[in-house]
Design a binder for this molecule. Structure first.
Ligand SMILES: C[S@@+](CC[C@H](N)C(=O)[O-])C[C@H]1O[C@@H](n2cnc3c(N)ncnc32)[C@H](O)[C@@H]1O
Length: 436
């Protein structure tokens, strides 16, 4: 049935949310203040509706710049890449900060006011900010595509307003070249270095043998600006063709502030401008000057380099070999010692060593989306007085902060950072201080 609904807010899942009588209704592609007509399943209670028409636009609605965004009304619409291209950026920021505070309260048992919540840090660019992205190859159209929202149907991209212009050009060239080179990639990751004006690709293939390597060389010859490719079969080792190791400026436009190696199969923050602010925020909170620092989940050394410039020593832990290779190539010889392995196991092992407790004056951790279960107790056993936790998932972040609280740490400050404008995702940094 079609129901009139006034959209009151944005839900943590990204949809607009409003009420019809006593029913709460979630409607994608709506903005707070919109008066809409939505198709809603009959019944009672909470419902998920479909937008039929915006009868009157709310004050937070803006015109989305992309032809692929919004309700399905033709081929290549309802792209799953963005959620909030129709919502004014200040409202996106406000919603993200509130979602984070709510997760901290509900899951972390951290009441507002019991810690200092700083204003959310905006991305320097709300559009055209991505230096890397993952695509699928649609062989029928010879295009790199995103999937439609909640489906595996291809959206054959003619444009994407999240990609840096150089990455967008690479995207358009790589799809047809993959088909011409007969490389049946199931997934494709592309990365672009604004500093070098060149890019690299990672291809997930059914198998990687001499034929795939020869075809990858054809691909490199065919695509201007593509410097190298990493080929991988499911569960297999990465195979490098050409030179896929890019140099990214740590601060975009300021190569003098340092360069960092990256490769498309190794984790790296996609939003280089916001990443520079994230690193500065985390180090500002940690104050690592002159300290021996433990860094967990160091990846390719995003925080490690700036830490090494200020700390007395850095012990950096990472589980992924190629990430460590990049970090070592950039930072070997400095005051950094790298450890390959699981963050929790190594932290516990450090704590058991003679002189372990008290060995580190500060710690920084930046785990993947799943968080770092058990890390609170390990940090307590190490007697680390100050810890900065960087997270891309409010739910696991809140869970882990709660466990850190149970292990004797007080959450002092939290800073939300927007790494992913036009989506519901939010990054967060917390400073934890030992109460012991
Ligand atoms: C969110 S990324 C952060 C990487 C890096 N700090 C950066 O800013 O680019 C998380 C990193 O944790 C690593 N990782 C995942 N599980 C791990 C574990 N159990 N032990 C150590 N590192 C792990 C991943 O390989 C990845 O490099």
């Amino acid at each position: 049935m079609k129901l009139p609904i006034v959209i009151e807010d944005l839900a943590p899942g990204g949809e607009g949310v409003g009420r019809h009588g006593d029913r709460t209704v979630f409607v994608p592609f709506t903005a707070p203040g919109d008066r809409v007509l939505a198709e809603v399943p009959a019944g009672e209670g909470t419902a998920h509706g479909t937008l039929v028409e915006v009868e009157a636009a709310g004050g937070t609605r803006v015109a989305p710049p992309c032809r692929h965004f919004g309700v399905r009304d033709g081929p290549d619409t309802e792209c799953g890449g963005c959620e909030w291209l129709h919502v004014a950026y200040p409202r996106q920021l406000e919603t993200k900060a509130r979602t984070l505070a709510e997760a901290l309260r509900r899951i972390g048992r951290l009441e507002p006011g019991s810690y200092s919540m700083r204003p959310i840090v905006a991305s320097p660019s709300p559009l055209r900010y991505r230096a890397r992205a993952k695509f699928h190859l649609d062989r029928a159209s010879a295009r790199l595509v995103f999937f439609r929202r909640r489906s595996h149907e291809p959206v054959r991209l003619a444009e994407c307003h999240l990609l840096l212009p150089g990455l967008d050009v690479l995207r358009a060239a790589v799809g047809p070249a993959l088909v011409a080179a007969r490389l049946p990639a199931r997934e494709v990751a592309l990365e672009w270095s604004e500093h070098e004006g060149r890019g690299a690709a990672w291809l997930l293939l059914p198998e990687v043998g001499p034929a795939a390597r020869a075809r990858a060389a054809d691909l490199l010859a065919a695509v201007a600006g593509l410097a190298g490719v990493v080929l991988q079969a499911e569960g297999g080792p990465p195979v490098v063709v050409g030179d896929p190791v890019l140099r990214q400026a740590r601060v975009p436009g300021r190569p003098g502030a340092g360069l960092q190696r990256s490769r498309p199969d190794v984790f790296q923050q996609a939003n280089r401008g916001a990443n520079a602010v994230l690193v500065e925020t985390a180090l500002g909170l940690l104050a690592p000057d002159g300290l021996d620092v433990l860094e967990l989940h160091c990846g390719a050394g995003n925080f490690t380099g700036p830490l090494a410039a200020r700390a007395r020593s850095v012990s950096a832990v990472e589980v992924q070999g190629p990430a460590l290779d990049l970090a070592r190539a950039d930072l070997g010889g400095g005051p950094v010692r790298f450890f390959a392995g699981d963050a929790l196991k190594l932290a516990l092992a450090f704590a058991r060593e003679p002189g372990g407790p008290g060995r580190f004056g500060a710690a920084l951790l930046d785990p993947p989306r799943e968080g770092a279960k058990g890390i609170g107790a390990a940090l307590r056993d190490l007697a680390v007085p100050r810890v900065v936790y960087v997270s891309c998932d409010p739910a696991t972040f809140a869970r882990d902060l709660r466990a850190c609280g149970e292990a004797g740490y007080r959450v002092d400050t939290v800073v939300p950072v927007d790494m992913f404008p036009q989506t519901r995702h939010v990054e967060a940094v917390a400073l934890l201080v030992s109460e012991k």
